[in-house]
Design a binder for this molecule. Sequence first.
Ligand code: FAD
Ligand code: SF4
Ligand code: SF4
Length: 345
Amino acid sequence: MEKKSYKNLEERVWNTDACSGCGACIAVCPADALYYREGDSHPVSFGYCKQETDNVPCGACYEVCPRVPEKSVTVDAIGDYLSLFGAKSTKDSPLYQSGGAVTAILAHGLENNLIDAVVTVTEDRWLKKPESTLITSTGEILSYAGSRYSWYTPVLSALKTAVLERKYRAVAVVGVPCAVSALRLMKESDNDLIQPYARAIRLIIGLFCTEIFDYHLFIEGMKEKMQAEPWDITRMDIKGGLIIEREGFIPEKIDLSSLSFCVRKGCHICRDFTAIDADISAGSMGTPDGYTTLIVRTPVGKGFLDSAVRAGSVILADNVSPDPIISHAKKKSEMNRLPQDTTRA
Ligand SMILES: Cc1cc2nc3c(=O)[nH]c(=O)nc-3n(C[C@H](O)[C@H](O)[C@H](O)COP(=O)(O)OP(=O)(O)OC[C@H]3O[C@@H](n4cnc5c(N)ncnc54)[C@H](O)[C@@H]3O)c2cc1C
Ligand code: SF4
Ligand code: SF4
C-alpha cells in the first residue's frame, strides 16, 4: 500500500482544523522535519520529507495521527473495560487533582522498576505553562501531581527523548484521550520506523477530558474575566464548570460555555471523553471528592493497579457510579458528531 506523508496530514488534518495538537506526528518523524510553532493549532513542516523529497517509504506521521478521518475515535459511551473503581493514594498530598491514584500508580511503577520513565505534562507553576516532560524519579512524579487544563506544546514530544535519545525500554505515558489514541496507534503499528515506540511504551494512562484550552488564550481570558495573573491562581479544577482558587478569595466557578473562545480547535470534533484506548483511564467524575475514578481496560492496566494495591500504595473503594460518566461521554460524543461519523463502540 502506498505510504502517506505529511502532505496528506496537511490536507486532511491540519487544514481542516481537526488536529488535536497531540504531537505524535512530531515525535515519530524520523527526519525531525515537523515542529510546532507557538500560536498555531497544528504542527508545520520544515519542507524536507523522506518520502516527498527523497522518495524513501516512510508514512510514520500519518500512521500515528488519531485525527485522520478513518482512524478517529467515534465512540458513543465509555468503551470496553474490565473493572471500575474509586481509588486513592495512601500518601497524602495537596497537589493531587482527585485521589492521587494516577501519581501513586506511576510512583509505585518507578520505585519497583516496573517502568523506567514517565512521559507526562508538567507545568511552570508560576506561569501555569504546560510542558511535555520526561520523569524518572518518584520525587518528581509526586511534585508534578495535578491536572494541566491548557497546552501549547506537542504533548508527546518528550516521548522522542525517552525512546530515541535515552533509549528507555519501559515507558509509561499519561495523556488526554487524543494523545492516548495516538499512543495506541503506535503500539499497533507494523511500520519499522514506529517499532521502537511500540516496544518501549509499557503503560498508557488516559485522563478523562471534556476539552482543553489554548494556553495563551486561557491566560488572557483569566486576566479579562477575573483580573487574575497566572501566579495568582493556586488551584484549578473542572467540576460542573472551571473552578479557580486564589489566595484570599473564595473559589469561583466559571461556566465552561463562557470559555469556548479559548478551547483548542481540534477539541470541537473530539468524541472521546474517557480515553477508550488507554490501559487505565482516570477522572474525577463518578466518585466522591478525594477519590480518582479508575476504568481498568486491559490486562496491563490491571497488572499495574493490582501491584500498586498489593504494595499498599493505592486503596480501592466500591464507590463509583458509572451513570454520570456514561451520560457525559454520550453528551460529548453527540455534541461533537460530524455528519459523516460512524460509531465505533
Ligand atoms: C485537560 C484535562 C481535562 C480533564 N477533564 C476532566 C473532566 O471533564 N472530568 C473528569 O472527571 N476528569 C477530568 N480530567 C481528569 C482529572 O482532572 C484528573 O487528572 C484525574 O481525575 C486523575 O486524578 P489523580 O488525582 O489521580 O491525578 P494526579 O495524581 O494528580 O496525577 C495527574 C497526572 O496527570 C499528569 N497530567 C496533568 N495534566 C496533564 C495533561 N494535560 N496531559 C497529560 N498528563 C497530564 C500529571 O503530570 C500527573 O502525572 C481532566 C484532566 C485534564 C488534564
Ligand atoms: S492530531 Fe496529533 S498526530 Fe495528528 S496532525 Fe495533529 S499533532 Fe500530528
Ligand atoms: S477534548 Fe481532550 S482529548 Fe479531545 S482533542 Fe481536545 S484535548 Fe484531546
